[in-house]
Design a protein. Structure first.
Length: 194
């Protein structure tokens, strides 16, 4: 192996390491944004209105399926081990098994769904539909756990855990789709996907 091939190998490794560092930074950033979104809250029992899902959707769109899911796993792990990242500065593993836990536990899958679907087409309408599919994952999981934990009938769980959020999430999906579409149009490589 000559010196020039060794230098070339070093540049390839540095580029790969920089890419991993950049991807990790984006994962941490979107986990942190989800935590901030959880603190923007309108109190409502048993499930408050928050901005968390706005950032769940954006994490999938910007980071792709894998890294979007990883950002949400990082968010959940931070809350589970005691960081006050859930709504009302909540934390702890008990939150994941409580009435709102089904919503939280669906965040990684929702981000992965959005990340996968958004890559199929680049139109604003498709982006919005992809994000609506991600929200559907969150609502189904959340409604099922809400029913199980609070021992509600299906009609009450569906009304209180799904339908009540319709207007709020139409606003969030619209905002997230427009934010992603505009940024992706102007800067198609930001951030680099993993």
């Amino acid at each position: 192996m000559n010196a020039s091939s060794r230098v070339s190998d070093v540049h390839v490794l540095e580029g790969a390491r920089g890419s991993v560092v950049a991807q990790t930074a984006w994962i941490v950033l979107f986990g942190g944004l989800t935590a901030l979104g959880a603190q923007v809250e309108i109190a409502r029992y048993p499930v408050p209105y928050t901005l968390q899902t706005l950032f769940v959707l954006l994490s999938g769109a910007f980071l792709g399926a894998r890294n979007g899911a990883l950002s949400q796993i990082a968010y959940l792990l931070a809350g589970a081990v005691g960081a006050p990242v859930f709504s009302s500065a909540g934390f702890g593993i008990a939150r994941l098994f409580g009435p709102t836990g089904g919503y939280l536990l669906a965040f990684p899958l929702a981000a992965a769904v959005v990340g996968y679907l958004v890559r199929q087409r680049r139109t604003l309408l498709w982006t919005g539909l992809s994000m609506a599919a991600g929200l559907l994952v969150v609502f189904i999981s959340g409604t099922v756990q809400l029913k199980a934990v609070l021992v509600l009938d299906w009609a009450a769980a569906f009304s209180g855990g799904f339908l009540i959020f319709s207007w709020w999430d139409i606003v969030k999906v619209s905002a997230a789709a427009m934010i992603y579409h505009e940024i992706a149009r102007r800067w198609p490589s930001v951030p680099a996907e993993g």
